[in-house]
Design a binder for this molecule. Sequence first.
Ligand code: GLC
Length: 634
Amino acid sequence: MKRYVFGTPIETEAVLDKPQVEESAITALRILDDERFPLSFGLDLSDEDIVYGLGENVRGINKRGWLYTSKNADDPVHDEGKHSLYASHNFILVSGAKHVGFFFDTPGEVLFDIGYNHYDKLVVSLVDPDVEVYVIEGDSDLDVIHEFRKLIGKSYRAPKWAFGYGQCRWSYMTSDEVRDVVRKHREAGIPLDMLYLDIDYMDSYKDFTLNPQTFADFDQLVAEMKEQKIHLVPIIDAGVKVEEGYDFYEEGKKNGYFCKDENGEDFIVGVWPGDCCLPDMLNDEAREWFGNGYKFLLDKGIDGFWNDMNEPALFYSKKHLGEVTAQLGALLSGKLDINGFFGFKDTLEHISNNEEDYKSFYHNYKGQKLRHDKVHNLFGYYMTRSASEAFKRLVPEREVLMFSRSSYIGMHRYAGIWQGDNKSWWSHLLMNLKMMPSLNMCGFLYTGADLGGFGDHTTEDLMIRWLSLGIFTPLMRNHSALGTRFQEVYQFDAVEKMKGIIQLRYRLIPYLYQAYEKAINEDTMMFYPLGMVFPEDETARRVEDQLLVGDDIMIAPVYEQNAVARHVYLPEEMTCLRFRGAELIEKTVLPQGHHYVEMPLGEVCIFVRNGHMLQLAENAQSVADLDWDNLTFV
Ligand code: GLC
């Protein structure tokens, strides 16, 4: 491994234990002369090269043929035209005749042209020229990944119960609605371990408060849930509501813990509560203070959280609103011509997550005043770190579930992530699958997507198929947006099928948890692309819709509506275990090669590798009830 330093990079703490700086010039990459960027690197790609990596991002497992940017953004439309999602994971691995990994450690914007302008060229361009570049060469892809993972440190370990099934909705509006959802699961015998609370449990969306009307009996609710072995997992948002008399805000303001504008005033942005201040998550003192905020809920017995809106999301800035009002005034008084109108429309369209806004506020990071856009991609990481450090300080004996929407490499040591606001689209089921190995490479092991899809209305068959994938992902959470169809599994005619699949998840937990722990302990992956395990097999290297999960099994989920079978490629002889719900109904040994395998709705096929076995528990209503000692080995 070699470490190169260009300029004076901002410390990200992605890597804690750094190797010596390489004094000689970089040879694994060419430095390009591109006047649009202060620093660009290039590499020629041959036809057989696959480029893996970039963690949370759009498109394939093989990233070739597209342009990606590292720029954390709150954008709920994850379509093929997009170039980034909520995270920046600047690790890529070129796999062909050689196996070389590159990590570009910089908190600013990076562009990865991976065979987009020229299919045979990889170009990495930086908006700021200060960066640490790590080059890792190995004998195999897995070798490189192992070295990289050792470099960035051990991944976060979620509690075992966090492998249970979780139900979420934006939002369950009252404590009675929460009770009702849990009761319906328990009565129908649908296993459940977690019930998530979205923003409406708070008082006016203020962090570390409770709605005094709708969640007045919160303590009682937590106690009842505990009795039923349910963990309540509340959301925490990055923005703190500006409101006189709101303790947490007053404290932050008094101590100067919020991000400031160029004049040193608190920078005001709009998020769910309306006007908010952004805690300076990069400042050690402010971070400790924000972390202490979680105490309010920890003291009530809460042991799981999800951190949101931490790209950070800006619906508007006060500054920008002023511009809109001025333009609207001019329009109304007839002072704007048609071009002026389109200018106004444009201003309005770009009011959220506006580039200029991200350049208008400052952090106090390690004693340095830094403009936000220079460190933008670190915000979610440092917010989540604030929480995780607080848990260690405040409840060292407690195992706390923590996952975040936004992230940067380094945050994987503190928490997991969910894959953000996907939609109830079949293409997003497949994207969920493809993102798993990419995230694993970058250290994010505790992860999953909103099952059934968050935005838009789901369908019964999509829900079934998505659960059939979700039973393998560490985070298994059903979540949907305000205004969409309710998608708790008991809402559907096919509830029995869905219940069976969730029961199968519980049967798989001992297998999945050991695969997860192994990936943490051995700095490796839990979800592998086939090509990494069968590198000599050219067909396996091109498979984008099947994955190996742990050392022993392969999955090949259905991701097309109305399909009742699918093509499956077996790189070696495997045994197809067919489950109808939780019940194993058939075992078939299939030879190496191409197969067309029937997979009717409600049936799940798991392919066990030759010479391997799968352990199964008896199903249970919650992880606490699982019998880890009496397992069946198939
Ligand atoms: C964001 C989150 C989503 C949540 C919503 C309301 O869109 O990504 O999960 O439900 O905010 O809090």
